[in-house]
Design a protein around this ligand. Structure first.
Ligand code: PLP
Length: 343
């Protein structure tokens, strides 16, 4: 049995557990006025080489929604990819928490927006003055929902278009660790240096129990994210334990070690599938592979205890979303390949 359904199906990594256990044995101030949270802000400022405001929350949906709510007017609109988690998987939370702001999905290449796609969308809109929702934000996902990655230059080109139209740039970094681990661009280069104003930084998929954060880089706020967070019930009274999870995850580069491990296994999966002649729906660039399995390959994999989400792959094929995590093993990957290959 091997689980490729989601990196959220993984458990909690030892570094996070150790940091949690240490902090859990102590008293500490409630509601974020604590040492781990202050240290986390300092650590992230160092990591990103920039002053940051950091607001830990428990879910990525909360982080994304708060980022967008704090940086867009209630009557604004945010452009995102058609596959974006905020658009497809958050039950309109950004609209609810954002007071009515709307999302504007745009189709583009393998989960990645392009400057041309964004410009094309902006150019296609009729402006009827007060009747029209003005586009005030751009949201990118890194790693994308299709498992692809933006380079720092690609983020910069998109942010340039956005800023030329007075749009705030948000990055959904639920898998930011995998993006950093997979490339040579630094966290700073992938974010504020490329024009990202605000991001959701996720640790949960990478090995935390439940720790995500709003990270503000620039003077982009229209509203107070701390007030918004409390108002929607996302201020954690024991925030220090969320911050401690981040600390354990970041310390000594555990976050990148785990992400590199997950990425390497996805790479092995992609190469193995290619050897078996299985087409991939998207290139493998981080910790996800999207395999277009034949019906019997899928049946064999399921019979062998492989767990993954499927969609219709077209032409009688099943699109299997295979996600690796810090706790996936080479044996898991090889068992899946053996099952698909009929070994
Ligand atoms: C791209 C992306 N963003 C954000 C999230 C965070 O979602 P959640 O609210 O489930 O923590 C996920 C989780 O699946 C995701 O894949």
């Amino acid at each position: 049995v091997a689980n490729f359904a989601s990196d959220n199906n993984s458990g909690v990594c030892p570094e996070v557990m150790a940091a949690l256990a240490q902090e859990a044995g102590r008293f500490g101030p409630a509601y974020g006025d604590d040492e781990p949270s202050a240290r986390l802000t300092a650590t992230l400022a160092e990591l990103f080489e920039h002053d940051v405001q950091v607001l830990p929350v428990a879910t990525g949906t909360a982080a994304n929604s708060l980022c967008l709510a704090a940086t867009n007017p209630v009557w604004g609109g945010v452009v995102c990819h058609a596959l974006a988690h905020i658009q497809v998987d958050e039950c309109a939370a950004p609209t609810v928490i954002g007071g009515g702001l709307t999302l504007h999905p745009v189709e583009a290449d393998h989960g990645r927006l392009t400057p041309e796609a964004v410009e094309g969308f902006l150019g296609s809109r009729r402006d009827s003055g007060v009747h029209t929702v003005p586009i005030t934000g751009l949201s990118l996902t890194q790693v994308t929902e299709a498992g692809t990655r933006y380079s720092a230059d690609e983020v910069a080109a998109l942010a340039e278009v956005a800023h030329a139209h007075d749009m705030v740039v948000h990055l959904d970094g639920a898998r930011f660790a995998n993006a950093v681990a997979a490339g040579t661009d630094s966290p700073a280069e992938l974010t504020w240096r490329a024009g990202v104003d605000v991001m959701s930084l996720g640790a949960t998929k990478g090995g935390a129990l439940g720790a995500e954060a709003v990270v503000v880089f620039t003077d982009c706020l229209r509203d107070d994210p701390a007030r918004l967070r409390k108002r929607v019930g996302h201020l954690l009274s024991k925030q220090r334990l969320a911050s401690a999870q981040f600390e354990g995850w970041l310390a000594g580069g555990a976050w990148l070690r785990h992400a590199r491990h997950a990425n390497a296994l996805a790479e092995r999966l992609g190469q193995g599938l290619a050897r078996l002649g299985v087409p991939l729906a998207h290139p493998v660039q981080a910790n996800m592979a999207f395999a277009l399995l034949g019906a019997s390959q899928h049946e064999r994999a399921v019979a062998a205890g492989m767990h993954y989400y499927v969609e219709d792959g077209g032409g009688g094929r099943v699109e299997a979303r295979l996600v690796t995590s810090w706790s996936s093993t080479q044996a898991d990957v090889d068992a899946l390949l053996d099952a698909v290959g009929g070994a």
